[in-house]
Design a protein around this ligand. Structure first.
Ligand SMILES: [Fe+2]
Length: 489
């Protein structure tokens, strides 16, 4: 996105991001109270030693350059000394302000080429990735070979052979899987990138340009786990799930119980430093047929005002980290940017907004946040995936190192030049929402959390046989990586 099209807050965040740091919320609180904050920041960045820029840039550091009078520093009534404890959120990946997509056909070609190249790089680092041939080279030979390919069309013959089109950007070959080969039971999706291990067929008329696939290797995760022994710094992170404010089914009583608890002297509540909301802060309007009949608040901006009011009851010392979901006001195709600036400005400064998906580093843990729309797509077609247990879908995403491995179903993709839906960096924690089920599992050292909701089962969900597990808060102790669930239903 062109710089001039960004909102003021985004422009300022970009200026700091371009200098390898981030702006703490109390820094933004300070800057939005000065005249022409962008010029102020540009002057500061010009005048300071870039190597000495702190991470994050907070109000205290900025004050040494701005030197405002006390009345110029809005604090939202909070104590700045407690706010500074909340700020250590390092953004590692976020589409917000970085969209390149125009939706043209050429964008899809670039997007899928980028996906192939990045997954090829991941697969090449695997032990099995050594010695892989380009398809054009393999085709000139016969006998054993390995290729790294994106899977195109798939069909099945009458006698049970699977036929796959294998492509590597320069050439393609027909892949064939015998029903007795180990590859047969590995459920392959169109567009996934694999190492195909097998044999180039003899140059006979009936086998022209055919590759018999014996086995299939996926990008997956490191074999012996993702640094299982890694621990974060002290502090607890609460994953509270989809809020769906504005819906008649929003659970006000349960939310009140949660707010009482988070403000209480309870030892666990007092130790919570971050709250994560993986999308669907509001119920939105027109998301499903006749949704208007299920709404208590029928204006999206009023819905966001109500969420902002509710989240303002969370103590200022806690950073609330949010991403959008399919019920929020941003574009539906993924990746989705963070909420627009006019919505963000309704919220307290301890509420932070990122895109969907986003990778952040908090408490020294890499946390991948994705709303989870593709979970239902995977459940529809993959025999091992169910909506009842969304971690089954999350495992399939990690195996393919992609958050939306099914293309052309219900989850639309924006064809960005860089594939932001790729799981390039292996997270310590992977969190999704969307399904409204509270489900936790560890997979090869990655903690998988599908968080709950604050919405009771709607008629639409009854019709689709979606059974929510609402008002459950997942609490992660970042130093021990132990997880517990607190029920507010
Ligand atoms: Fe939701």
């Amino acid at each position: 996105m062109a710089f001039w099209r960004l909102g003021m807050r985004e422009k300022i965040l970009k200026l700091f991001a371009d200098n390898n740091t981030v702006l703490a919320p109390d820094g933004w609180t300070l800057l939005r109270g000065v005249d022409d904050p962008r010029s102020v920041v540009e002057k500061i960045l010009c005048g300071c030693d870039k190597d000495d820029l702190p991470f994050p840039v907070d109000a205290k550091w900025l004050q040494s350059y701005i030197a405002p009078t006390k009345s110029e520093i809005p604090t939202n009534g909070s104590d700045p000394s407690t706010e500074s404890a909340v700020m250590m959120v390092k953004v590692m990946h976020d589409i917000t302000g970085n969209s390149t997509c125009t939706g043209e056909l050429k964008d899809f070609v670039t997007h899928f080429n980028n996906r192939y190249e990045k997954l090829r790089a991941i697969l090449s680092k695997r032990r099995e990735g050594r010695g892989c041939l380009d398809i054009s080279v393999a085709k000139k030979r016969t006998g054993k070979a390995k290729i790294i390919a994106m899977v195109g069309d798939m069909t099945e013959t009458r006698n049970g052979y699977k036929i796959l089109s294998l492509e590597d950007g320069k050439d393609k070959i027909k892949g064939m899987i015998n029903p007795n080969s180990p590859a047969y039971d590995k459920f392959v999706l169109e567009d996934e990138v694999i190492i195909a291990i097998g044999e180039v067929a003899p140059k006979k008329k009936q086998y022209q340009e055919t590759f018999f696939i014996d086995d299939i290797i996926r990008p997956s995760l490191p074999r012996h786990g993702n640094n299982v022994s890694k621990r974060g710094i002290e502090g607890k992170i609460a994953f509270i799930g989809d809020l769906h404010v504005g819906s008649e089914s929003f659970m006000k009583e349960s939310w009140s119980k949660f707010i009482s608890w988070i403000n209480s002297e309870d030892t666990v509540a007092k130790d919570i430093r971050y709250i994560i909301v993986p999308g669907d802060m509001i119920d939105g309007i027109g998301i499903y047929p006749n949704q208007r009949d299920d709404l208590e608040i029928s204006d999206v901006y009023e819905q966001y005002r109500e969420v902002a009011r509710m989240l303002s009851e969370i103590p200022d010392r806690i950073s609330v980290i949010t991403i959008p979901g399919n019920h929020d006001i941003v574009r539906n195709p993924e990746p989705q940017p963070g909420l627009p600036e006019d919505v963000q400005s309704m919220f307290s400064s301890n509420v932070l907004f990122f895109g969907n998906p986003a990778l952040v580093d908090i408490c020294d843990l890499k946390i991948l946040m994705y709303h989870g729309s593709s979970i239902t797509d995977l459940a529809d077609i993959h025999p091992n995936v169910s909506n009842e247990k969304p971690t089954t879908a999350m495992i399939e995403m990690l195996e393919r190192r992609h958050l939306v491995p099914v293309y052309g179903k219900k989850t639309p993709i924006a064809p960005e030049e860089q594939d932001h839906l790729l799981i390039d960096e292996v997270p310590d924690i992977f969190v999704t929402g969307h399904i409204h089920r509270c489900n936790i599992e560890e997979y090869r050292g990655v903690m998988l959390i599908n968080s709950s909701t604050w919405q009771e089962q709607t008629d639409y969900q009854k019709m689709r046989d979606i059974k929510p597990e609402p008002a459950k808060v997942v609490i992660l102790d970042s130093s021990s990586k132990k997880v517990s669930i607190k029920n507010f239903a």
